[in-house]
Structures are given as C-alpha cells and as structure tokens.
Ligand binder design. Structure first.
Ligand SMILES: CC(C)(COP(=O)(O)OP(=O)(O)OC[C@H]1O[C@@H](n2cnc3c(N)ncnc32)[C@H](O)[C@@H]1OP(=O)(O)O)[C@@H](O)C(=O)NCCC(=O)NCCS
Length: 207
C-alpha cells in the first residue's frame, strides 16, 4: 500500500514526469509542451520550493501520485518572476528543444485564463495527479483529504482549483471531498490540441 509523505526537493523529477505525463487533460502531451524539464521549472519547482502542504504517495521508492499546493500566490510569484528571464533566454537558445510549441502554449495560457474564484475567500490552490496504473484505487482521495487537513491546520480559509468539464475522474474526486462548482467558462485554450473548445471550471471549498 502506498504511503503518503511530505514532498521533498529530490521528488522534483518524478513529480515533473507525472505532471508532464498527464498535462493533456490527463494524457501525455509532448507535442503540446515538449520539454519535461521546462515544465518542471515552471509548473512544479515553484510549488515544491514555495508552496504548502505538498505531498507524494510513494511505494517501494516510486512516486505514484502527488498533490502540490500553495497557500497564496505571492510566494510563488516571488520565486518564479526573477527566474523567468533566464528560463526564457535558455528556451530561445533551444536548450529545451523546439521553441515554438512552448511559446505557443505559454502565450495561450496568458491569452485565455480560466475562471478564478476570489483569492481573498479561497487563497489556496492545488494540482494533483496519480500515475495511470495507480488510478481508481483511492490514492487521489487520500492525497486530497490529507492536503485539506494540512490547510486546515494552517488556518487557511478556503481553497480553489481548476479543471475541465471533460475530466470526469477529477470532478468526481472534488465532489466526493466537498468541493462545489463555482464558475465555468468555455475556453479556446485546448482547442488547437483537441480540435474543439473545452469548458474550464473553477471549484471551491471553504475550510
Ligand atoms: C483525478 C485523479 C487525481 C483521481 O485520482 P484517483 O486516485 O484515480 O481517484 P480515486 O481512486 O481516489 O477516486 C476518487 C473518486 O473519483 C472517482 N473516479 C476515479 N476514476 C474515475 C473515472 N475514470 N471516471 C469517473 N470517476 C472516477 C472514484 O469513483 C471516486 O469517487 P467516489 O468516492 O464517489 O467513488 C486521477 O484520475 C489523475 O491523476 N488524473 C490525471 C491528472 C488529472 O487530471 N489531474 C487533475 C487535474 S484538474
């Protein structure tokens, strides 16, 4: 049975792999964002180094699932913003492979932000994934429940997260742990990769 433990710096490659392997609405997305390394620098390292209540599910040394959170945005921004020029420069030099798919993804992220709930009422947010072979066995539920306990123990008032209408497993998980749908918006963000727009949702929970 996998055990839950706090995520550590040395988990970065395993979490980045799992996160990158599920980036395309739960499936691998190399053509969407080819570099796992850059993905890890942008979307995993800030949480691991400046987030809160980060956990992994580990079995025999392998990371089977993770939950990365932030109790607020400021710490993440303070970590990432000064590092962006160097990462962007390396990207332009081709250190992360082809430039255009990465630039395109990042530009689309800026152009088509998903709906958000009030950061004052719901300051925390999270990312979660379980490796495909370990899904459907309660690991996602265990990670999210432990994460919510941790937020509560820190006195955090509320938490929000983003998902899509297409992600049945994630929606079921959030419902099971007491989240409610707060807002939704059809967004063209995934359209080039999926062939159609996808409905983006923000779910919230008071703590
Ligand atoms: C979403 C995810 C983390 C769920 O983790 P999991 O370990 O498979 O989930 P659990 O086994 O704990 O199940 C949690 C709930 O979801 C339901 N569920 C799990 N897989 C499901 C599926 N494929 N379809 C519908 N419901 C599903 C379970 O029945 C359970 O609900 P219940 O308690 O009411 O029965 C996992 O599917 C995943 O990593 N997906 C890819 C990454 C991703 O999409 N992350 C979320 C981004 S918003």
């Amino acid at each position: 049975m996998p055990r839950l433990r706090p995520a550590r710096e040395e988990d970065l490659p395993a979490i980045a792999k799992l996160s990158h392997d599920t980036l395309l609405l739960g499936r691998a997305g190399e053509r969407v964002f080819p570099s796992r390394e850059l993905w890890g620098e942008l979307f995993v390292a800030p949480y691991l180094r400046r987030g809160c209540c980060n956990l992994v599910a580990e079995e025999e040394g392998a990371v089977l699932g993770y939950i990365l959170g932030a109790c607020g945005d400021l710490a993440l921004a303070c970590y990432l913003l000064p590092r962006l020029p160097r990462l962007f420069f390396r990207l332009l030099l081709g250190r992360y492979g082809p430039v255009w798919p990465h630039v395109r993804y990042l530009l689309r992220l800026l152009l088509y932000p998903g709906p958000k709930a009030s950061r004052r009422r719901y300051p925390a947010h999270l990312h979660i994934a379980v490796s495909p072979e370990a899904q459907g066995k309660g690991l996602g539920k265990a990670l999210l429940a432990a994460f919510l306990n941790c937020l509560q123990s820190k006195g955090v008032k509320g938490v929000q997260l983003s998902t899509t209408r297409a992600n049945a497993a994630a929606r079921r998980l959030y419902q099971a742990l007491g989240f409610r749908l707060h807002a939704k918006k059809a967004s063209p963000f995934w359209a080039p990769y999926h062939g159609h727009p996808v409905i983006h949702e923000v779910w919230v929970k008071e703590l």
